[in-house]
Ligand binder design. Structure first.
Ligand SMILES: Cc1cc2nc3c(=O)[nH]c(=O)nc-3n(C[C@H](O)[C@H](O)[C@H](O)COP(=O)(O)O)c2cc1C
Length: 157
């Protein structure tokens, strides 16, 4: 089975998850901006970060291309892991990849730079994830990456 990890990442949190996924899958990884033809891949682990409560725009554009593919999603966000905000964002990705076989997903907090938090704090209405953003500091950490790898391997069985 030909596998690849594809990801979008602005501040490298999701890239760290992508590296963890590629290591355990023993396959290559590519930023979504450099992906060409995906016909020859059977399995794609696809990672993204949250922007405005949704998968970031570059991955949103890519998701409809996954028709007929076996896919595992992973993501990082400022929100708490166990929040409706995080679940909804992941569900949006699943919906946008209609026609793909989604075998599993994983998401965890990713550190939000203080500058970004300060800018978001100025906005009204208040972003629902802002309250939990300080707790994302230091994530993804080794435990998050380990959790991703375990979840991914279990989904592939
Ligand atoms: C412009 C911007 C918008 C963001 N919007 C959200 C959001 O709506 N929900 C959320 O949970 N996190 C949000 N975040 C936090 C990022 O999703 C989080 O820090 C993520 O780990 C970044 O991943 P990356 O380092 O791979 O780019 C936002 C961050 C930025 C910079």
């Amino acid at each position: 089975m030909k596998k690849i990890v594809i990801y979008s990442s602005q501040t490298s949190n999701t890239k760290k998850l992508a590296e963890g996924a590629a290591a355990v899958l023993a396959c290559g990884m590519l930023p979504v901006t450099e992906v060409g033809e995906i016909d020859h891949y059977d399995f794609l682990a696809v990672g993204f970060w949250f922007k405005g409560g949704q998968p970031d725009p570059s991955i949103q554009e890519f998701l409809p291309k996954l028709v007929g593919k076996k896919v595992f999603f992973f993501a990082s966000h400022g929100a708490a892991t166990d929040s409706d905000h995080a679940r909804n964002g992941m569900n949006q990705a699943i919906e946008l990849a209609a026609g793909a076989e989604i075998i599993g997903s994983f998401h965890c907090p990713g550190e939000v730079p203080e500058k970004v938090q300060a800018a978001v704090r100025e906005k009204n209405p208040k972003a629902p994830w802002l309250l939990n953003a300080p707790d994302a500091a230091g994530h993804p950490n080794a435990q998050d990456i380990d959790h991703l790898q375990t979840t991914l391997l279990a989904a592939m069985k």
